[in-house]
Design a protein around this ligand. Structure first.
Ligand code: NDP
Ligand code: HSE
Length: 433
C-alpha cells in the first residue's frame, strides 16, 4: 500500500504531541488504516527553535506553509497553528485542491466555517475538526454522525478549561477572581493573555461550532451572545453556595420557537449559577463536560479533558485516521449539514432566571418599591433574602423564569431607584426552577 502523506502546519503544544503520537503509535496506526502514515513536512514560524527530543527529521521543518499545502503529493493537511489568517488561506487552498484537512482551529471554524465547508465540497475533500471543541472528548463526531437520526433540542456545556479551573478554585477556597487567575497562570492553565478565555471568546467559538452541528444551521461566533466571567466575585460564589448552587461559565445552545412561534436557535455563553445537583456542577479543575438533550436519545453527558497537548492530539489523531482511511477507500467525511437554516433568536428572548444582589436602604416601603419594579416588567420573584440593616442592607432576589429582556429591563429600572444604593451583582441561574 502507498503511504498516506501528511503535512503538519504548526508544531507547538498540540502539534508536537501529534508528531509524538504519529511516531509512537506508527505500527498500530498502519494496521488500523491499512497503510503507513508519512509526515512529509512541518511548517512552523521559527524552524531553528529547539524542540527537545521530538521524534522528527529536522529537515522536514519549513516556514513555507503555503508551499507545503500546495504540494500535490500531500493527502492530508493537519492545521494546529490557530487564528484566522493565514490559516484560512492555507486550508481553503488545500480543500479546493482536493487535499483533506484536519484542524483544531475553533476560531477559524466559528468565524468562517461555511467557507471551509464550501471549499471542501468544491474540492471533494474531507474537513475534520474534532479537536476544536472540548479537546479529547469525542463530541463532534456524535453530533455529526451518531445523533443524525435524532433531533437535538439543547446543548449545555462547560467548554473552557481555564475558566472552569478558576471558578472551581473560587468555589473550593473562597478566593477572588484575580487570585484564582494567578493560580491558573502559575499552573500553566491560563495563557499569558487570558482574555479569550475569561471574556468568553473561546467558549463562544466552541458554542457556535456545537450549535451549527446540533441544529443543522450555520451559526457563527457573531451569533453567540457572550458575557465573560471577570465580574464574578467571591461574594457571588458565597451567595451561590448559600442557595445550594455553584457558578460555571456555560455555553447554552437551544432550539425552540421565537416570540412569533417560528422555530429558531439561541446560543449564549455567560456565567450562571447551577444547582449543585446538576450534572455539570461536579465538573471541576480544568475539565470540560457537555450535556446534550435529544428527543429520542434523552440526556447524554460527555466528559473529559478539554485542553492540553496530548489530549487534544488524541482527537487530532482520530481525525487523521478517518481522513487517511477515506483517502484509501475513496470515501468522504459527512459533508456539512446546514439544511435547517434556522434563524438566530436574540438574547432578549432567551428564558432564564436572575439572581440579583441590591444594596438598599433598610426602611419602610423599600421591599414594596423593589417588588413593584419586578411586577411592572412581568418578572415573578421566587425568593427574597435580606442581610444587614439600616444603611447597610443587602437584598438578594432570585426570580422565576422570564425572557432575558424583561429581566434586563427590571435591573435597568432598579438602578434608577433612589432607594437602591448599588446593584452589587446580577447572575443568571440555570437548571431547575
Ligand atoms: P501553539 O502556540 O503552542 O503553537 C502554534 C504553532 O504554530 C507553533 O509551532 C508555531 O511555530 C506555529 N506557527 C505560528 N504562526 C505560524 C505561521 N505564520 N506559519 C507557520 N507556523 C506558524 O498553539 P497550540 O498548539 O496551543 O494550538 C494550536 C491550535 O490548536 C489552535 O487553533 C488552538 O486553538 C487549538 N487548540 C489548542 C488546545 C490546547 O490545549 N493548546 C486545545 C484545543 C485546541 P513555532 O513553533 O516556530 O513558534
Ligand atoms: N484555552 C482553552 C481552554 C484551550 O482553556 O479550554 C482549549 O480549547
Amino acid at each position: 500500500m502507498r503511504p498516506v502523506k501528511l503535512a503538519l502546519l504548526g508544531c507547538g503544544t498540540v502539534g508536537a504531541e501529534v508528531v509524538r503520537l504519529l511516531h509512537d503509535q506508527a505500527a498500530d496506526l498502519t494496521a488500523r488504516i491499512g497503510a503507513p502514515l508519512e509526515l512529509v513536512g512541518v511548517a512552523v514560524r521559527r524552524p531553528g527553535r529547539a524542540r527537545g527530543d521530538l521524534p522528527v527529521d529536522p529537515g522536514l521543518f519549513t516556514t513555507d506553509a503555503l508551499g507545503l499545502v500546495k504540494r500535490d503529493d500531500v493527502d492530508v493537511v493537519i492545521e494546529v497553528v490557530g487564528g484566522i489568517e493565514p490559516a484560512r488561506t492555507w486550508l481553503t487552498e488545500a480543500l479546493r485542491g482536493g487535499t483533506s484537512v484536519v484542524t483544531a482551529n475553533k476560531a477559524l471554524l466559528a468565524e468562517d466555517g461555511a467557507a471551509l465547508h464550501d471549499a471542501a465540497a468544491e474540492g471533494n475533500a474531507d474537513l475534520y475538526y474534532e479537536a476544536s471543541v472540548a479537546g479529547a472528548i469525542p463530541l463532534l463526531r456524535p453530533l455529526r454522525e451518531s445523533l443524525h437520526g435524532d433531533r437535538v433540542t439543547r446543548v449545555t456545556g462547560i467548554v473552557n478549561g481555564t475558566t472552569n479551573f478558576i471558578l472551581s478554585s473560587m468555589d473550593a477556597t473562597g478566593a477572588g477572581f484575580q487570585e484564582a487567575l494567578d493560580e491558573a497562570t502559575e499552573l500553566g492553565y491560563a495563557e499569558a493573555d487570558p482574555t479569550a478565555d475569561v471574556e468568553g471568546f473561546d467558549a463562544a467559538a466552541k458554542a457556535a461550532i456545537l450549535a451549527s452541528l446540533a441544529f443543522h444551521t450555520r451559526v457563527t461566533a457573531a451569533d453567540v451572545f457572550r458575557e465573560g466571567m471577570t465580574a464574578v466575585t467571591a461574594g457571588d460564589v458565597a451567595s451561590a453556595k448559600e442557595m445550594g448552587c455553584t457558578i460555571k461559565l456555560l455555553c447554552i445552545a437551544e432550539r425552540g420557537p421565537d416570540s412569533t412561534g417560528r422555530e429558531s436557535v439561541s446560543v449564549r455563553v455567560h456565567p450562571a449559577m447551577i444547582p449543585r445537583t446538576h450534572p455539570l456542577a461536579g465538573v471541576g479543575d480544568a475539565f470540560n463536560a457537555v450535556f446534550v438533550e435529544a428527543e429520542a436519545a434523552g440526556q447524554l453527558m460527555f466528559y473529559g479533558r478539554g485542553a492540553g497537548g496530548t489530549p487534544t492530539a488524541s482527537a487530532v489523531l482520530g481525525d487523521i485516521v478517518a481522513a487517511a482511511r477515506n483517502r484509501l477507500t475513496g470515501s468522504r467525511a459527512p459533508s456539512e449539514s446546514a439544511y435547517a437554516d434556522l434563524p438566530i433568536r436574540p438574547i432578549g428572548e432567551a428564558l432564564t432566571r436572575y439572581h440579583i444582589s441590591l444594596d438598599v436602604a433598610d426602611r419602610q416601603g423599600v421591599l414594596a418599591a423593589v417588588a413593584g419594579v419586578f411586577a411592572k416588567h412581568e418578572v415573578s420573584i421566587a425568593t427574597v433574602r435580606q442581610s444587614g440593616r439600616d444603611a447597610d442592607a443587602t437584598l438578594v432576589i432570585v426570580t422565576h423564569q422570564a425572557p432575558d429582556s424583561h429581566l434586563a429591563a427590571t435591573v435597568a429600572e432598579l438602578a434608577t431607584l433612589e432607594i437602591v444604593r448599588s446593584i452589587a451583582s446580577v447572575l443568571r441561574v440555570e437548571g431547575g426552577n
